[in-house]
Write a new protein. Structure first.
Length: 420
RNA sequence: GGAGGGGUAGCGUAAUUGGUAACGCAGUGGUCUUGAAAACCACCGCCUUCGGGCUUGCAGGUUCGAGUCCUGUCCCCUCCGCCA
């Protein structure tokens, strides 16, 4: 959520920044509602002051045994007027609130102009793209041949866009989770095992709601939502709290993630790339505002180094305005080389949300030496998406006979085995 | 799921027939001190257009006025049932 005062004071700048995200927002509506709200609120508060004073007087005069029927009747009218005004304020406030919840975050100045992924700015590359002297296979074929991934049975058990892993596949999955969690812990992130089902307030706090409700799985009779990412429970750790630091506060969690993938019909239908359920190790940080720009660089390195240790080729891009998400102020995508796609595929997204989520979720801190509270900055990033990492390992490490070499760094998690 | 009890500042506790949220501890600043402790003083929920407004889990209702009365709801505890 944007600071209403920013819109009030400088709507042109806000509109220009949102235009960079290729979003058009009618800020006149916001300003009109805001002005109306403030006018009515002022009026209500004056009447309340009057009523509070009158009530106090009733109390005093009653103690002295005086007659107060006239004063009470008079004050009743003030109360009725307050009720009237509050009734008129309610729909205005609701409309303003609803509107503000749908306005995206503004991008930081360094975000490149552009409207699609084609306009993203490449930052750097790592590793050599493998060249195979034999016909390389896509990971879904390798996975089925090696009997470590079973798409058909997952379809029977659940439906399309589900998969299951067996034997060395399941072990590789678990090895990656452990490796990634250990890696994050070594870098100072506290491990968390959060709930997978969250309430509506949590989804609103991180920005999934109200705009992207159709992407979430809703557990209807109980009114819970399956988390689309561990970012949701982790960022909501401190919802409605004033945190005392010391900053940065860094957390990591392995969770399954659930996405309806509405609007992705027909895309990435084969393999592990786009599933309704996938495993992911997530990083979340809470920072003082002045620390968030350095923090995202550090966090990017935290994620990139996972791929470097796995010796998987990747490139890092800074997303252009038009390709960025709703709540992000700055986003780096890390894309791993996927031979079956013949291109780099997103495996991690690292973002600075600035104070956007903190305002929605009301997460504040007290800057040292200052009495007033301020909103923290939140950041999040995947380190990494496990299914896509498995796909990348299978494809990049495949041998002519269909077997797959296990990356060195995972061997200790897999009884020192060398091959799958 | 059922029955009972409870939710007041970080923690622990108050508040007359409904009368406008109090106290202790902890914390912060200061005085004193070589320094510290102790003692003493002040501050010690949120917002504010600085007039004031809001705040007893949350949302409503009754009332001039609600921690207190009423309705709904969430959470916690105890017991029972069920359950990995």
């Amino acid at each position: 959520m944007l600071d209403i005062r920013r819109i009030r004071q400088d709507p042109e700048t806000v509109a220009r920044l949102l235009a960079k995200k290729h979003v058009e927002v009618d800020l006149d509506v916001v300003q009109r509602l805001d002005a109306k709200k403030r006018e009515i609120t002022l009026h209500i508060e004056r009447l309340k002051a009057q009523r509070n004073q009158a009530s106090e007087e009733v109390s005093q005069r009653k103690k002295r045994g005086e007659d107060v029927t006239g004063l009470i009747a008079e004050t009743r009218l003030v109360g009725e007027k307050i009720k009237e005004l509050e009734a008129s304020l309610e729909p205005i406030d609701q409309e303003l609130q609803d509107f503000l919840y749908t306005v995206p975050n503004t991008p930081l100045p360094q975000v490149p102009e552009g409207e699609s992924a084609d306009d993203n700015q490449e930052m750097h590359r790592f590793g050599e793209v493998p060249r195979f002297s034999f016909p390389a296979k896509p990971h879904w074929e390798l996975g089925e041949m090696l009997e470590i991934i079973d798409f058909e049975r997952a379809r029977k058990i659940s439906g399309s866009r589900f998969s299951l892993m067996r034997g060395m596949g399941a072990r590789l999955n678990r090895a990656l989770i452990n490796f990634m969690l250990d890696h994050a812990r070594e870098r100072g992130y506290q491990e968390v095992a959060p709930p997978y089902l969250v309430n509506e307030a949590s989804m609103l706090g991180t920005g999934q709601f109200p705009k992207f409700a159709e992407d979430a799985f809703h557990v209807v009779p109980h009114d819970y939502y399956l988390i689309p990412t561990a970012e949701v429970p982790l960022t909501n750790l401190f919802r409605d709290e004033i945190i005392t630091g010391p900053f940065p506060l860094k957390f990591t969690a392995y969770t399954a993630s659930f996405r309806a993938e509405a609007g992705a019909a027909g895309r990435d239908t084969r393999g592990l790339i786009r599933q309704h359920q996938f495993d992911k190790v997530e990083l979340v940080r809470f920072e003082e505002p002045q620390g968030s720009e350095a923090a995202i660089e550090e966090m990017l390195r935290d994620a990139e180094s996972v791929l470097e240790e796995l010796e998987l080729p990747y490139r890092t891009v800074m997303l252009c305005g038009g390709d960025m998400g709703f709540g992000q102020a700055l986003t780096y995508d890390i894309e791993v080389w996927m031979p079956s796609y013949g291109k780099y595929v997103e495996i991690s997204s690292v973002s600075n949300m600035t104070d956007f989520q903190a305002r929605r979720a009301n997460i504040r801190y007290r800057p040292s030496g200052v009495k007033k509270t301020e909103f923290v900055h939140t950041l999040n990033g995947s380190a990494l998406a496990v299914g896509r990492t498995i796909a990348a390992i299978l494809e990049n490490y495949q041998r002519p006979n269909g077997h797959v070499k296990i990356p060195d760094v995972l061997r200790s998690y897999l009884d020192d085995k060398e091959l799958i």
